[in-house]
Design a protein around this ligand. Sequence first.
Ligand SMILES: N[C@@H](CCC(=O)N[C@@H](CS)C(=O)NCC(=O)O)C(=O)O
Length: 373
Amino acid sequence: MSGEAVSYLVHGADESYYTGKLEAYLRAKGIAYDVRPFGPASMRHCARHTGVVQIPQVECSDGTWLVDTTLIIDYFERRQPEPRISPADPATRFVSLLLEDYADEWLWRPAMHYRWSYPETARLMSGWLGQHLAELPLPMFAHKLYWRVRQRGTFVRRDGVDGRTWNATEATYLSTLDALESIFRRRPFVMGERPCEADFGFFASMFRHFGCDPTPARIMRKRAPGVYEWVARMWNIAPSRFAERPLPASIETDLAPLLGAVSQVYLRYLEVNETAYLAERQQASYFALGVEWKEPVKPYRVWCLDRLRSELAALDAEARSRVAAVLEPTGFAILAKPRAARVPEVVRELPITERGRRAVVDSWWRPRAGAVR
Ligand SMILES: N[C@@H](CCC(=O)N[C@@H](CS)C(=O)NCC(=O)O)C(=O)O
């Protein structure tokens, strides 16, 4: 199918984790787009079409809509395959998707912590985000206060970061920097000579939060200059910069620290989140990185695990055994389980062509009070 006539308007923000991820992907594909900074009215407009209050959301000139960066990448990989981002080798592609999901979801908490727990960064970023509320008749200090209270309350404190988990939260960022730094000493992108899903997953936090917010950016520049350079390489990406290079076709051994964290920490957490969801509990609690975490159950991440399971189930025996060989047995076993009895219906198939859905949900796919109708 040709997408030439369609133009893309990204409702998003210069401060946003997932908007940065999507922009880098569109730049890599050579897909032209415009960004419109979100505000209360534009979010209502988006939610009327997609049922979701989150950014980014893509309004296509043919009247269709795209949401969820993981699905948007998958959508364009099928619609406009060249230059290809997704590895052709099935086991390598699975690991790329697994790392993308891990980076998207597990680095969100440290990214929010570094932005909202340190006053210098929180002051700056609440000012930036305050601009998005300009259409509301309130003074700037009120907009700034709103963001500081909302973001720190929802995404830091209520998401399990306190005095006991503070160091473990920061250790996640620091160990990821170390793992990526040693990879970028050997090659330009996470899995090989050109970017794949895993690069865009890591880019979400590494660009807009860790690479730009003053507190974590200072750490990145000092501790991991190779990661800092990769952030710029990813932002300056264009088809001509990688299209002639080979697609990654093997799982390099230096991915072991990242895949170890996926197996030992992330997949176990995903399983706990799923069990709590199925039991209709509001909270998930688990031990990881030497501490106990308590956080809200996230329906969206039940869907993430389900999606990874479906991808693994679609592999042939040879590809599955190559994936099993790079994961710890317990992590692989979680992925190899059958689908859960109940999986939330998260995003309708892309592109979204019909207006509205049953209920408006937030970015963790929880029903939103005061839904837009
Ligand atoms: N899985 C979604 C996540 C999108 C998301 O969580 N975006 C954040 C901003 S970067 C958001 O809109 N959060 C909603 C909120 O703050 O309520 C994606 O990949 O696009």
